[in-house]
Design a protein around this ligand. Structure first.
Ligand SMILES: C[S@@+](CC[C@H](N)C(=O)[O-])C[C@H]1O[C@@H](n2cnc3c(N)ncnc32)[C@H](O)[C@@H]1O
Length: 228
């Protein structure tokens, strides 16, 4: 819904489509998968531990109108902002540690694009729900679970609640016990579930990063049990 470090907006289309009427994102961030295509029409439950991110969702879901979003001031290059919603539009992991940011041309442009996007898409999220909590507080409903935690590598350290505070074996066992289906995202260092390759992302200066994922459906599991 907004620019966010590690968001899945560009690659949401490569993940399996949801097979259940509910989508749960226990590591919500900007919730790109739930907004992709027609996914937003489902029941959507977001869980996010960073209260600043959860508050943005609470405001967008429960209060914001397109007119209000339209009236949010544009950012001028060179000025400073202490608004977290502005700061995350720098889309860098450092953003989570800044109290104030100096507006760069990139930030001003990202904010302008985002404002237009939020205004046009706000109607899609008005039936969604958000919880400010640890992922483990999510109710175990039968759903498509899109699990996108901070990755177990350097890039996952940037968030206020980053990879350093996650016990990945515990997270893997928790994910395996979800009802419905799980789509679990990771990067090159993902070694705690049987991940398979999703794609390779080309970065700047010839650098690239690997996206891997793990998919499991308890429906398929039940069918296998029935026929064996
Ligand atoms: C990789 S980002 C999710 C990006 C998201 N899929 C998107 O498209 O924008 C991971 C998110 O998990 C949140 N997070 C970290 N630890 C958490 C925890 N224990 N429980 C819930 N959320 C957590 C971070 O604050 C961050 O917003």
């Amino acid at each position: 819904m907004f620019y966010y470090y590690g968001r899945k907006k560009q690659i949401a289309k490569y993940y399996p489509p949801p097979n259940y009427s509910t989508i749960v994102e226990p590591f919500a961030g900007s919730a790109a998968y739930s907004l992709h295509g027609d996914n937003w029409k489902k029941e959507v439950l977001l869980i996010e531990k960073d209260e600043r991110v959860a508050s943005i969702w609470e405001w967008l879901i429960n209060e914001a109108t397109p007119e209000q979003v339209n009236k949010l001031p544009d950012l001028k290059v060179g000025e400073k902002s202490s608004e977290f919603l502005h700061i995350i539009h720098a889309a860098t992991k450092m953003a989570f540690h800044y109290k104030t940011i100096k507006v760069t041309p990139v930030l001003a442009r990202n904010w302008e694009i985002s404002k237009r996007y939020i205004k046009a898409n706000l109607f899609k999220i008005k039936h969604w729900r958000v919880m400010c909590a640890d992922y483990s507080a999510a109710p175990n409903v039968t759903a498509t679970w899109f699990v996108d935690p901070p990755y177990k590598e350097d890039s996952g350290k940037g968030y206020r609640h980053g990879s350093g505070s996650i016990d990945y074996s515990h997270l893997a066992a928790w994910a395996e016990s979800r009802r419905g289906e799980i789509i679990f995202c990771e990067g090159t260092c993902g070694d705690y579930l049987p991940f398979t390759s999703l794609l390779e992302l080309k970065g700047v200066a010839g650098k690239s990063s690997k996206e891997v994922y793990y998919y499991k459906s308890s429906k398929a599991q039940k069918q296998i049990q029935l026929f064996t």
